[in-house]
Write a protein that binds this ligand. Structure first.
Ligand SMILES: Nc1ncnc2c1ncn2[C@@H]1O[C@H](COP(=O)(O)OP(=O)(O)OP(=O)(O)O)[C@@H](O)[C@H]1O
Length: 571
């Protein structure tokens, strides 16, 4: 009843006199909004709560009482567009916690937009264009579900805040008085979205930013400067290490001398300061290089540790559990070297792990070429894959390349089968992948996919009886969500999983799929099939996730269905 009263209060302010003038709208305290079908109101299927309020193009000339209308906390859609509404938006707007769609365009609203708007974490589309709104635009960069942001033709001022341009489908802030730099590096929104803000600058506008030029130049040389600093830092470290070693040597001359002869000459090389690669730094620091490179399947004949050390190395990634270098040893074949420091694993265990992973070969798992192990660091060598990763394919600039549904289903199927195989074979050893994500799914030169960096992370999932492999199932579920939605992930995919779950719960499943797939005409039935298994994989509780064999079986059958339907449409 409180809600009914509040809604009637909202209508009284929205259209003063409208209740008397239009009794057939039904908005009064003696009736029920759902059962009496109030004008513009839609309810949930059990007629318990109001889900949508749509009062468009009705010449309403009052104000919006957000405090009252947001008493209906389950409201999903509020559309008041094309009226003559005035006044400003109050902080209470954030009480409409579940609001997904908010259309306030084409009115005469004025004043600032409250920051509390950003608390609406489920917001998908907001249109406040064609009003008289002023002040700063809200910073919506944390509203990762947002697909539309339209605020054109207002009087907004101040710096243009950052947006998740990659996630947005529609964006327009044109014809305001915004200042600063356009940070959209996706190039998805052209001049039209930003025009009419004389003090805004960026490469899509004729008004390029002044310092941007410098920055551009800097970008070109960024890598070199970065590696330059790294090398300088390393040289300093090496010098310190050498000084330290010299001192120590003077004291313990005979002992270390005898050790050096066993070390493939690497330590003595360090001492003459001829290290060109970064990997040996820790070893040189500690004066302890022990053991040598174990070559499992060499694409480079007679690959030796010295070759890796001598070859120039380029840092191409610094993840949370190690750095990745691209190296071209003598033989000329490019390899990457993953360098993991301070991994709390004994040498014996590490070697056993590498050997087991090598024994259990699957053609969709990138084989380890070689590994090296000392107490302080582990190096794992793989062949370089020049076609990049799934992450890049989905979210990088695609050069007009289309990543179609068939290819996506193929990658899903390859990866699922590879993981299912590895999990089965390595069950007794309890070695999961440990860090499955789209940057660890690489594309071979034939644009086939393979899983890289298998087993480089020891999974510690707390309790001993929980299933170590369920971490991979979760990672794989997130990869499926990326394939289906085309959206990038943050915080291990928890945000994407949460967003997809909330959309599905509200029966808005159609909205989650990548627009490119919908445009292409991909089978909705099979996309939904893949989505269902993805959501099972990302279940919060590890014990409720399916195992990879079950997941692979579902995806294989989806792929078979796809192939059958392709074949029948061809004939
Ligand atoms: N064998 C390879 N060939 C080509 N590119 C690779 C290879 N292995 C990894 N990469 C790419 O190099 C980049 C850096 O890899 P890296 O493993 O350091 O980062 P990450 O996977 O994001 O983080 P981490 O694995 O440490 O959590 C990624 O984009 C990855 O896709």
């Amino acid at each position: 009843d409180d809600v009914i009263e509040a809604l009637v209060g909202f209508m009284e302010k929205l259209g003063p006199g409208s209740m008397q003038n239009t009794p057939n709208w039904g908005w009064n305290t003696s009736s029920d909004p759902c059962l009496s079908h109030w004008h513009g109101v839609a309810c949930d299927t059990s007629n318990q709560t109001v889900k949508n309020i749509v009062l468009e193009h009705l010449n309403l000339s009052g104000t919006v009482d957000f405090e009252s209308v947001c008493k209906e906390t389950s409201l999903l859609l509020l559309s008041l567009k094309d009226n003559n509404l005035t006044g400003s938006f109050s902080q209470d707007i954030s009480n409409c916690k579940r609001l997904k769609l908010l259309y306030l365009n084409r009115n005469r609203f004025s004043g600032n937009v409250p920051d509390s708007l950003t608390d609406l974490t489920d917001l998908v589309r907001i249109d406040m264009s064609n009003n008289e709104l002023s002040g700063n635009l809200p910073d919506m960069s944390r509203n990762t579900g947002l697909l539309s942001f339209l605020a054109q033709n207002n009087r907004f001022t101040g710096q243009l805040p950052n947006f998740n341009y990659r996630l947005l489908e529609y964006f327009d802030v044109s014809n305001n008085d915004l200042t600063g730099r356009i940070t959209d590096d996706t190039g998805r929104f052209g001049a039209k979205s930003f025009a009419g803000n004389p003090q805004l600058c960026g490469k899509v506008l004729s008004n390029a930013c002044q310092p941007e030029k410098k920055r551009k130049k800097k970008d070109l040389h960024d890598l070199f400067i970065y590696s330059g600093f790294a090398i300088l830092g390393l040289i300093v470290l090496v010098l310190i290490a050498l000084l330290f070693l010299k001192k120590k040597e003077n004291l313990e001359d005979t002992k270390i001398g005898s050790k050096n002869t066993k070390d493939d000459g690497i330590s003595s090389e360090s001492k003459t300061g001829q290290i060109r690669s970064e990997f040996s730094i820790t070893s040189a620091e500690k004066g302890e290089v022990s053991g040598s490179l174990v070559v499992l399947s060499s694409p480079v004949d007679g690959l030796r540790f010295e070759d890796l050390l001598r070859a120039p190395a380029e840092l191409i990634g610094r993840g949370k559990h190690g750095s990745l270098y691209k190296v071209i040893p003598n033989g000329g074949i490019e390899v990457v070297v993953k360098r993991i420091k301070d991994w709390e694993i004994s040498k014996v265990e590490f070697k056993k792990r590498m050997q087991r992973i090598d024994e259990v070969k699957h053609h969709k798992v990138l084989p380890v070429v070689a590994y090296y192990c000392s107490k302080q660091e582990k190096l794992i060598v793989y062949e370089f894959q020049s076609n990049g990763s799934l992450l890049k394919l989905l979210h990088g600039s695609q050069n007009g390349q289309i990543f179609d549904w068939g290819s996506r289903l193929n990658i899903a199927c390859n990866t699922a089968e590879a993981l299912a195989f590895m999990h089965t074979e390595l069950k007794d050893d309890q070695i999961p992948h440990g860090n499955l994500k789209s940057s660890n799914i690489l594309l071979t030169k034939d644009m086939d996919s393979c899983v890289s960096e298998y087993g480089l992370m020891v999974v510690d999932n707390g309790s001993s009886n929980s299933n170590a492999f369920s971490v991979d199932v979760h990672g794989f579920g997130v990869v499926l969500l990326e394939l289906l939605t085309g959206k990038p992930v943050q915080s291990n995919g928890l945000d994407l999983a949460k967003w997809v779950n909330s959309m599905v719960k509200e029966e808005w499943t159609g909205e989650v799929f990548d627009k490119a797939l919908v445009v292409e005409g991909a089978s909705e039935e099979r996309m939904v099939g893949l989505l269902q298994i993805a959501l099972k994989c990302v279940n919060d509780s590890p014990d409720l996730r399916p195992d990879m064999n079950q997941v692979a079986a579902v995806i294989v059958s989806l792929k078979e269905e796809e192939e059958r339907s392709m074949a029948s449409s061809d004939s």
